[in-house]
Design a protein around this ligand. Structure first.
Ligand code: SME
Length: 154
């Protein structure tokens, strides 16, 4: 498994601005490079109420827009809870952007006022790629991204 404490220190050092645009670009590139077995890593942002707009990412061109009532990303945005899917084929509501994706982890990101700012979406070609420990590790990386970024607007 990845050394998440080390990855947190590296990400914290990498994010040397408070600009969310620069930091989402850097974070998606960092995750794609450092986390094994990913085919997509990126951000969706709430720029219109209850709609997720595609933000900076690494991987194939992806679905846009995603309303809050659709897909795994929509569920994370709607419920404000991380969605960990071992087999995307078993989820009727899953939106297939890249047919290679078999498992998925989506972490909601909240603005300082508690509103939903966006989500981080990771896709893997390997079923069951994300364990509970990976979920906790990725959530800690999202906390590092939040601590380094000004999320008052988007
Ligand atoms: N699979 C996601 C859509 C986003 S892509 O995977 C990049 C979903 O069901 O919400």
């Amino acid at each position: 498994m990845s050394d998440y404490p080390l990855l947190n220190r590296q990400l914290d050092a990498l994010l040397d601005t408070r600009d969310w645009l620069t930091n989402t670009a850097q974070t998606s590139a960092f995750l794609m490079q450092q986390i094994p077995d990913l085919n997509w890593a990126g951000f969706y942002l709430q720029r219109t109420p209850r709609v997720l707009s595609l933000g900076p990412f690494q991987g194939k061109p992806a679905c846009h827009p995603i309303p809050f009532d659709k897909g795994v990303c929509g569920a994370a945005a709607r419920d404000g809870e991380t969605q960990r899917v071992d087999d995307v084929h078993a989820v009727a509501d899953h939106i297939a952007c890249d047919s290679e994706s078999r498992s998925e982890l989506v972490v909601p990101i909240h603005a300082p006022d508690g509103s939903l700012w966006g989500v981080l979406d990771l896709d893997s070609p390997r079923p069951g790629r994300f364990s509970e420990a990976d979920q906790a590790g990725i959530e800690s990386l999202v906390a590092t991204f939040r601590a380094n970024s000004d999320l008052n607007g988007v």
